[in-house]
Write a protein that binds this ligand. Structure first.
Ligand SMILES: Cc1ncc(COP(=O)(O)O)c(C=O)c1O
Length: 379
């Protein structure tokens, strides 16, 4: 099998797996317990907090563990709305955010919050000028993702951060696809909130983080005990948290070498497919993008059928984001790029990761071409 859907999720790294295992069996203490078994769990969790903070240039006190990216994103949107609950409120976001941001915005709209969903250009880039033009006296939050999950386009977050500096507007970036894959420094991005998810960087599923700038007061997500500085009560997922720490440390350590390898694999894949199917289109930005992710449009076939045929050949790719697959709607991201419904439905996403090797490219290209030819012949 060739797994080329690392934007959906990743295999846990061997080291992260090895380091988390003791916390499921021998070191199973509750991190809040006062005896040594609990203290060991607590120490391991705090070590992970340091590892994650170091990876994004944050202070460990600015990191709160969550169950993943969706939870962290929803928390930011609801939490900011809660701060301004007695005032008119306007949020700026983009049309291509993950549904955990978009649907949180829709829920807030029901309560009277105004939301601007900014368009993107044909490459999926948000314009800084559009953000500037959309700001009004009620704008309290700008939420723009760092890198898109379907097309890999990386947004000009540092420029947006510069624009917002000193304006009293909070700035959130959903960095779920970016953390562990491209260099990130929260201070130079000038963000107040950043969200990430460990299963996207070879950690375990069910662990994410919210980075929240230190001075910001925020309301708790879960009420109960004093875990996570009183912000998210409940017994912590110690093993998952430990895995996240080692996974991010490893990802950052390997980042430069891995990015180079994945970028070259994507380039070889695109070249190989284009040689056989010349009109294939790259959806998204081929320059400012995640190294391992590419979205290809075939126009005259169904991306979903292509994905299923590739599955039969042992190649895992996807048509849109994992949480939206199975729905018969075209991807909101591809539609926002200006593609027709049919073009949007003809796309597949290939996303390589840590455990892919260059040798696999040739098989991916052959499998795509064979599956494509079969679909054309059966039309
Ligand atoms: C950009 C982006 N944001 C948020 C999420 C949600 O993360 P999680 O699966 O950890 O809830 C994903 C997952 O696909 C994503 O790609």
């Amino acid at each position: 099998m060739i797994y080329a859907d690392n934007a959906a999720t990743t295999r846990i790294s061997d080291r992260a797996f090895e380091m988390m295992m003791p916390f499921l069996r021998e070191q199973y203490g509750n991190a809040s317990s006062q005896y040594s078994l609990g203290a060991k769990a607590k120490r391991a969790m705090e070590q992970s907090r340091k590892q994650l903070a170091a990876a994004i240039g944050a202070d460990p006190l600015e990191i709160t563990f969550t169950s993943g990216g969706s939870e962290a994103n929803s928390w930011v949107l609801r939490g900011v709305a809660d701060i301004y609950r007695n005032e008119p409120m306007h949020i700026i976001t983009s049309a291509i955010e993950h549904h955990s941001v978009l649907n949180a915005c829709h829920a807030l709209e029901q309560g009277g919050v105004k939301v601007s969903f900014l368009p993107v250009d044909h490459a999926g880039r948000v314009s800084v000028e559009d953000i500037e033009a959309a700001i009004n006296s009620n704008t309290r939050l700008v939420s723009i993702m760092l890198a898109n999950n379907e097309i890999g386009t990386v947004q000009p977050i540092e420029e947006i951060g510069r624009l917002l500096k000193g304006k009293g507007i909070l700035f959130h970036t959903d960095a779920v696809q970016a953390v562990g894959h491209i260099p990130i420094d929260v201070k130079s991005l000038n963000v107040d909130f950043l969200t990430a998810s460990a299963h996207k960087f070879n950690g375990a599923k069910g662990t994410g983080i919210l980075y929240k700038q230190l001075e910001l007061e925020f309301s708790p997500l879960v009420f109960g005990g004093q875990q996570e500085h009183g912000l998210r009560a409940g017994t912590e997922n110690v093993a998952g948290i430990v895995a996240a720490g080692y996974a991010i440390e490893e990802s950052v350590g390997e980042m430069a070498e891995r990015a180079k390898r994945l970028k070259s694999m994507v380039e070889k894949t695109v070249k190989g497919i284009k040689e056989k199917i010349p009109f294939v289109r790259i959806n998204g930005d081929y320059e400012n993008r995640l190294p391992g992710t590419v979205n290809l449009g075939f126009d005259n076939i169904s991306g979903e059928s292509l994905m299923h045929l590739l599955d039969l050949k042992g190649v895992c790719v996807s048509t849109s984001s994992a949480c939206n697959s199975g729905k018969d709607e075209p991807s909101h991201v591809l539609i926002a790029l200006g593609l027709s419904e049919q073009q949007a439905k003809s796309a597949i996403r290939i996303s390589y990761g840590k455990y892919n090797c260059t040798d696999e490219v040739e098989n991916v290209v052959t499998a795509v071409y064979d599956a494509y030819t079969k679909l054309i012949a059966n039309r």
